[in-house]
Design a protein around this ligand. Sequence first.
Ligand code: DGJ
Length: 732
Amino acid sequence: MKNLLLTVILLCFCLPFVKAADQKMILISTNETDLILQVAPNGRLYQTYLGNKLVNESEFENLSWNIQAGTDGSVSTRGWEVYPCSGAEDYFEPAFAIQHNDGNMTSIFKYVSSESKKLDNNVTETIISLKDDVYPVEAKLHYVTFAKENVIKAWTEIRHMEKKPVTITQYASNMLYFESPRYVLTEFSGDWAKEVQMSSQDLKFGKKIIDTKLGSRAAMHAYPFFEIGLGAPASENTGDVLMGTIGWTGNYRFTFEVDNAGNLRVISGINPYASAYELKPNEWFVTPEFIFTLSNQGTGKASRDIHDWARNYQIKDGKGDRLTLLNNWESTGFNFNEKKLEELMKEAKHLGVDMFLLDDGWFANKYPRQNDKAGLGDWEVTHDKLPNGIPHLVQTAKDAGVKFGIWIEPEMVNPKSELFEKHPDWAIHLPNRETYYYRNQLVLDLSNPKVQDYVFSVVDNIMIENPDLAFFKWDCNSPITNVYSPYLKEKQNQLYIDHVRGVYNVFKRVAEKYPHLPIMLCSGGGARCDYEALKYFTEFWCSDNTDPIERLYIQWGFSQFFPAKAMCAHVTSWNKNTSIKFRTDVAMMCKMGFDISLKEMNDDEMKYCQEAVANYKRLKGTILDGDLYRLVSPYDTNHSSVMYVDKAKSKSVLFAYDIHPRFGEKTFPVKLQGLDPNKKYKVQEINLMPGQKSTLVTDGGTFSGDFLMKIGMNVFSTAHAHSKVIELTEAH
Ligand code: DGJ
């Protein structure tokens, strides 16, 4: 009895001091970042660290302050639980919420096991299994680390074995915790022709949510990525910053919550809005991937890391080449015929680009696509307009010496179409309310497998008929409206999720059958730009706004997360107050194309464009695959400048733009970045108009990387909408 008493007393004293180090610790690391998770004495999993890589593993045991031992030896209420559930003692936003068969709405996940395996020298996957020990519900947390690129990808799988389906109402991909004196969020918001406008705000106590409920044209108002400056606003070259993005081409949600203790929780996942999901027994619910990087050298480094990761691992044909093109949307709209297209193909060749891209307006017969009011869904060439069909266009392009690409919008239908007449139940729309039309169209119900087959067949039929077709532009102009799926019937709460999964089924089938087919992702401009879709697309259209001044801001915004290779930029006639040179120089910093009638140009402009295309083809290895350094922000000054450096640091291209300088404004030299200080570089201004002399003092000179990075070059002027493109080549 005395012994028992002693044991109890001892236990009472000792348990609170059970060292977290005695428990299982899981290390998820890149070359520069450690995420450390630890099982607490209560069997639950906590985040003990996320930050710069720690040198001494022996010190990890000191990290257990986020697992505070309670007096009874368990963990106290406010630990940083990795996947907290509703109904437990954490009173902030949970990662997961469920209603069990018996109506109970609580869950607690306990650690079961974990395994880590190397997928190759650079990539490691860790899978952690958690289980509720009261209800048969389990979660698998996945973390894939890309060591060299310093990127971590995280998602979760959920399954249960209850008798009947359960309802899950929150199902985050991932949750992260931070402790810092200040959290400054940069978000990207916008609208048609106003994509990715950057703005920043301090996060204080409570929640800030970035989400979308648009369903299909999902990112029209809010973009699926964010930056958080830790301790100070995120800046380009210094400071700690978290950059995160979610791969989900539908409703997503980021929740940023500062709690009572001043800690920040970042919860990323599908937006559960109107989406309480019924999960059948033994069925895995797989969340989208949340992709993030932590940089201690500002957003510049974080962007370069994400760009490398995207090219190496995520984007379709990320390491491959990209085609320059001439598109006809801006110059002809719906108004073209075979003869006109033949002329444009010849113009494409004359310009020197690789391909002609035919846009909207080539299809439908009963209700021909003469404008955006009819025809969507009827993917048969309009016989009156193009009597010899697509094969003839492919051949004409071949004869002209260019490739041929075509526009489609296969997920949509105009009510004025044969498709809608035949299958009204294939469109998402309400049976018992007046229909609201966005751009005169409806979204097809991709939760329906028959509709998936149909959408796949749009691409497949065109490819079967035209195996030499080189490119698709895949548009998506409407959000989901009139939210009702005739297919899902009483399970409308699954529509937003099952629709996106249906979209992915189609994307996957296209990618499997046509693995080398380049496809541009487009959504009424840049409203689809996430890293899940980009597994199936080689590039995306950033915006219909091709005014070069606006594009400087839009491209600056997208470049935070996407490499130039994925960002389509075309030279058009938007803002004719700016020169062709300025418009081209702005497009040239991304994946360049043209969408302009060459007839608008005089001889000098034409010559300039031909030379710019040739320069681009010579330099695109550096621009599309090199490292981006954002030197001067258009948000901060009246100018902007970026440069690209190839991986060998032997070639570089610098772009400098004067936007709207003030009279007599003093301009400062721009210090270059990313060069080898010990190498010498020959500096040469290119993309000059015929007869134009460079005003660059350094033009033609040879300078060390050290000089160029410490002293810099005077690349700006006080002229409005003025630009310079400067090539640097290692001099031996
Ligand atoms: C919206 C796209 O953003 C444009 O580039 C163009 O393809 C039109 N749709 C065609 O309808």
